[in-house]
Design a protein around this ligand. Structure first.
Ligand code: ZN
Length: 166
C-alpha cells in the first residue's frame, strides 16, 4: 500500500491545515502565494520541522491536467498555481496515495474528473487544525502567537513557539 500524503493548496495553508500524521506536500508556487504574516510564520515553522515538503509536478502531469481541463467542457477557473497543485497530486500518485486539501471548488471539480481524492480544510479537516502559542523557556508563561518579543517580559528568558490543538 502506498503511503498517504496531503497536498496543500493555499487555502489549506491559510486554513492552518498541517497534518501531524501524514506528510504535507506543496509546490513552490503555492508558497509564493502566501503573503500574510501569520500564515508565513506557520509555514516557516512547518518547513523548519520538515512538516511540509516542497515538490514540483512533472511536465507529463501538467499536460494531463491541461488535457482534463480542456476535455471537461466545464468552465473551470483554474489559475496557473491551481493547475500546479493538481498536477503535483497527479505526479505524486506514482509513489504516494495523495489527498488534496483545498476549499477551492474549481480545484475539487478537476480532481473529481482525475479521480484524485480531496478534502476541504474546514469540514473534515477540523480535527487537524492547529493553533500556535508562545511559551517562555524560563517561567513557562504563555503568550499569544502574535507576541512580538523574543524574550519573556516577566523573567527575560527566551520565548519559543509551540503548536497546539485548538
Ligand atoms: Zn519567563
Amino acid at each position: 500500500m502506498k503511503e498517504k500524503v496531503y497536498v496543500l493548496d493555499a487555502s489549506g495553508i491559510f486554513g492552518g491545515f498541517i497534518s501531524s500524521k501524514h506528510k504535507n506536500i506543496t509546490s513552490s508556487t503555492v508558497i509564493s502565494e502566501i503573503k500574510d504574516l501569520k500564515s508565513q510564520l506557520a509555514l516557516q515553522s512547518a518547513l523548519d520541522h520538515d512538516n511540509i515538503i516542497i515538490k514540483e509536478p512533472d511536465s507529463g502531469a501538467l499536460n494531463q491536467v491541461q488535457g482534463a481541463i480542456e476535455n471537461s467542457g466545464d468552465i473551470l477557473r483554474l489559475s496557473e498555481v491551481d493547475k500546479t497543485v493538481v498536477a503535483l497530486a497527479v505526479s505524486l500518485t506514482k509513489t504516494y496515495s495523495p489527498t488534496v486539501v483545498t476549499d477551492d471548488y474549481s480545484i475539487q471539480n478537476i480532481l473529481k474528473i482525475l479521480e484524485i481524492p480531496y478534502r476541504s480544510v474546514l469540514t473534515e479537516g477540523i480535527r487537524e487544525i492547529y493553533g500556535w502559542i508562545k511559551i517562555c523557556r524560563g517561567c513557562r508563561k504563555k503568550y499569544p502567537s502574535n507576541y512580538q518579543w523574543e524574550d519573556c517580559e516577566i523573567c527575560g528568558a527566551a520565548v519559543y513557539r509551540k503548536r497546539i490543538k485548538k
